[in-house]
Structures are given as structure tokens and as C-alpha cells.
Design a protein around this ligand. Structure first.
Ligand SMILES: Nc1ncnc2c1ncn2[C@@H]1O[C@H](COP(=O)(O)OP(=O)(O)OP(=O)(O)O)[C@@H](O)[C@H]1O
Ligand SMILES: [Mg+2]
Length: 401
């Protein structure tokens, strides 16, 4: 058992857990779910087991369990009341421990949790998860020279798709600081924003940064753009790189949405990127813009080795096919996303199409973007010894497909 979190433990439980697991035990005082989420997401490893201890009122434990269930593999409750089991199971609790347990009972709980982790994750996965915790995550920047081509749509659906495979390992950052739409397309209130996350306080302290992350119900975290466009004036673009590195130290996937063009903020993000997704529309202006943008990044030696092109909003007989677009851009189009009413409807309702209409042709294509990125980056990481490092001074582009 690599990491056990005790919430609201008494001295006896804490003492016994430490006898069995030493430093692998983290104790947290009872607190609001926001505070606990923040504490948990910045642990250096995902906990395998959370135990709601005897100092917690049972109903509060169940409420917290529902919020925290994606942040650990196994949840356990200290309780002697068998009648609580149906409600506790519904909240995601699978293991139980009586009050004032003997050491052997605590040991048996850890064993049961360990077995469950091995079953759920698979032993290989659990090793991989530990390994990936120690290596920086991937920073995937979504950009386009022209506006309105579908960057935010691609970015939010990427986050959804990746979080399905790796819950609580994905964060999406809206760096379109003036007019960003990530919160709109996800249907969430922009309580805190990327501007808060770029503050000095958050740069210095990850716990402060954690309080600015919005937890989405579908297993990922969000840093939305601020509500007022003028808030963007307050930020120092030099902090963008630091923020993305902070997030990559904690999350396996950092998805970055940008404003159109190659502004200072977008360039600062691209400089950190493991991959750059360029989105183009089915029109000559957008496609020519993409060629110029990729050429410029190549000249600046800022083009990541993984830099797929996604052609979005594609309709038959539009006069610009993916093959035509590839000829203009000078590299193949990796994924073609059809124009789809489901995408538009999903955007208007704040539900990404991957969630609202998973079988739509556009959903399949958007899922393919994540699949190809994952495949390509995994290949590169295993070649580079597990590091999803940004590639500086990499003048050539390697295709994703
Ligand atoms: N494949 C698609 N089919 C239908 N509608 C789409 C498709 N892709 C995006 N849209 C819709 O087009 C609009 C613009 O998309 P989006 O906001 O993702 O573009 P953007 O490039 O991020 O724009 P901006 O440059 O303003 O940030 C949204 O209403 C979105 O729902
Ligand atoms: Mg956008």
C-alpha cells in the first residue's frame, strides 16, 4: 500500500496505521470538501486508500466520499453500524473497519484495499501509475491562427476523453484570457480563473493554486478564463510557463486552450508544450494561416515534435477537402472532425459532445485526437525514458499518425 489518507482519524487508528505503513500514511483533519480536494490533489501520489475515521460524523463521511471517490482507488469507513452499508456503498465506500480496532484489523483493511487496487487497476497499471507520478505530465496546447475554428471544442473534448481513461489526472487551462469559452462549453461557473492561478500567491504555493481549480463532475479539473476581459491585463505572461510546469508536476495531462494567433501568452504555453494541436476550419484563410503559423513556430524552433493538425467543421463539397488542406499546409491532416449539430447543441448546453452524444461521428473523431496524441506521446516517452518533456530546438516535425 503506497499511500493511505486518514481523514478524521483518532490517535489509536493513526498510531496503528503508522506502525503498519510508516510515512505512507497521511492524516487530514475533517474539513470542507473543497479543502480536502485541494489537499488530496497535491499529494505527490494518488492515494490508494482513503479512510473516513471515527472523528467524522457518518453523514459527512458519505457526502465527502461522493466528492472524493475519483481521487483514490478505495474508500473505507470506520463504522460499527451494518445498516449504513447500502448508503455507504452508493457513496463509493467498499471497505469497513470497526471502532477501536486491533492492529490485525487495520492490517486486514490495508490488505483488502491492496487486493482491490490490484484487481481494479491491474498490477501493471499500478506500477505505471506510480511511475507516471514521478515524471512531469504532458502539456498539450490547442491553437489556431484564426478564431472560431473549434479550438475550445477540441480542447474540452480532449479533456473529457482523457479523463475517462485517467480520472482526476487531467486539467484544462483556459489561456484565452480575454474571451475564453472553456467554462461556457463545459457549463460551469467561472468562480476562480487562470488569472488567479497566475497570481504570485499561487506561483509560490501549490495549495493556493489548488483552491483555484474547479473540479468537473466528469473527473477532471478546470481553470476557466476570468469573467472580465480586463482581468487579463493584470497577468505577467512570464508566469505562464511556471503555472503549466506546476500543473504538469501534478497532472498527467495539462490541456491548454488559447486565443487565436501567436500572442505572447500562447507562445509562452507552446514553449512548454509536449504537443501542439493546430485546429483549422474548412476554408482557405484558416488553412493558409495554419501554414504560416507552423512555419513561424518551426523557424523559432518552438514546434513540438508532436504537432497534429485537426480539420474541424468539415462538410462535403465545401471546396476545401482535407487533401487540399494538407497540400496547402504542407503536412497531412491527422484528424477530420465533421460539422455536426450535436457539437453545436452540446456547446450551447454546456455539455461536451463526447458526453452528450458519444456515438456522433464528430465524437468519434474528437476521441481519435486524444487517442493519437496518447499513442504518439507514449511512444516518445518510452524512447526518452518516461519524460514528456517539451522539445526545444527541435526544428523538424514528426507526424502524429
Ligand atoms: N464540428 C463542429 N460542428 C458544429 N459546430 C461546431 C463544431 N466545432 C465547433 N462548433 C461550434 O462552433 C463554435 C465555435 O467553436 P469554438 O468555440 O470551439 O471555436 P474557437 O476556435 O475556440 O473560437 P475562438 O477563436 O473564439 O476561441 C461553437 O459554438 C462550437 O459549438
Ligand atoms: Mg475558443
Amino acid at each position: 500500500m503506497s499511500r493511505v489518507v486518514l481523514i478524521g482519524a483518532d490517535t489509536l487508528l493513526e498510531h496503528q496505521a503508522r506502525i503498519l505503513l510508516g510515512d505512507e500514511v497521511v492524516t487530514l483533519a475533517p474539513a470542507s470538501s473543497d479543502v480536502l480536494v485541494t489537499r488530496l490533489i497535491w499529494l505527490d501520489r494518488r492515494p490508494e486508500l482513503i479512510v473516513f475515521g471515527p472523528m467524522m460524523p457518518t453523514q459527512l463521511s458519505l457526502t465527502l466520499a461522493r466528492t472524493l471517490r475519483d481521487l483514490a482507488d478505495v474508500l473505507a469507513l470506520v463504522s460499527d453500524d451494518p445498516e449504513i452499508v447500502p448508503a455507504a456503498s452508493a457513496a463509493g465506500i467498499t471497505e469497513y473497519l470497526g471502532h477501536d480496532p486491533e492492529l490485525e484489523h487495520v492490517d486486514a483493511l490495508f490488505d483488502a484495499a491492496r487486493e482491490r487496487v490490484a484487481r481494479v487497476r491491474g498490477v501493471a497499471d499500478s506500477r505505471r501509475a506510480d511511475q507516471t507520478r514521478r515524471t512531469p505530465g504532458r502539456i498539450v496546447v490547442v491553437a489556431s491562427p484564426k478564431g472560431g475554428v473549434g479550438k475550445t471544442t477540441v480542447a474540452v473534448n480532449l479533456a473529457v476523453g482523457l479523463a475517462e481513461a485517467e480520472p482526476s489526472q487531467v486539467v484544462i487551462v483556459d489561456l484565452d484570457l480575454q474571451f475564453g469559452d472553456v467554462a461556457t462549453l463545459l457549463g460551469i461557473p467561472p468562480r476562480h480563473s487562470t488569472v488567479d492561478a497566475l497570481s504570485k500567491a499561487a506561483a509560490r504555493d501549490e495549495f493556493v493554486l489548488g483552491t483555484f481549480l474547479h473540479e468537473h463532475a466528469d473527473g477532471f479539473f478546470v481553470l476557466p478564463a476570468p469573467e472580465s476581459p480586463s482581468a487579463a491585463d493584470r497577468i505577467d505572461p512570464k508566469r505562464v510557463g511556471h503555472l503549466l510546469r506546476q500543473l504538469a508536476a501534478r497532472f498527467r495531462h495539462v490541456i491548454v486552450d488559447t486565443s487565436p494567433g501567436l500572442g505572447e501568452v500562447a507562445l509562452a504555453a507552446i514553449e512548454q508544450a509536449s504537443a501542439l494541436v493546430t485546429v483549422v476550419g474548412p476554408d482557405a484563410t484558416s488553412v493558409r494561416g495554419a501554414r504560416k503559423s507552423l512555419e513561424t513556430l518551426r523557424e523559432l524552433h518552438l514546434l513540438p515534435a508532436s504537432s497534429p493538425v485537426v480539420m474541424n467543421n468539415v462538410e462535403p463539397r465545401s471546396g476545401m477537402s482535407p487533401v487540399d488542406a494538407a497540400a496547402v499546409i504542407g503536412v497531412p491532416v491527422d484528424v477530420v472532425v465533421p460539422r455536426s449539430r450535436a457539437v453545436l447543441r452540446g456547446g450551447n448546453l454546456g455539455i461536451p459532445v463526447l458526453l452528450s452524444t458519444p456515438r456522433d461521428a464528430a465524437s468519434r473523431a474528437l476521441r481519435e485526437v486524444g487517442r493519437r496524441l496518447d499513442e504518439n506521446l507514449s511512444r516518445r516517452e518510452s524512447r526518452d525514458g518516461g519524460r514528456a518533456v517539451p522539445r526545444r530546438n527541435a526544428p523538424t516535425k514528426e507526424k502524429v499518425s
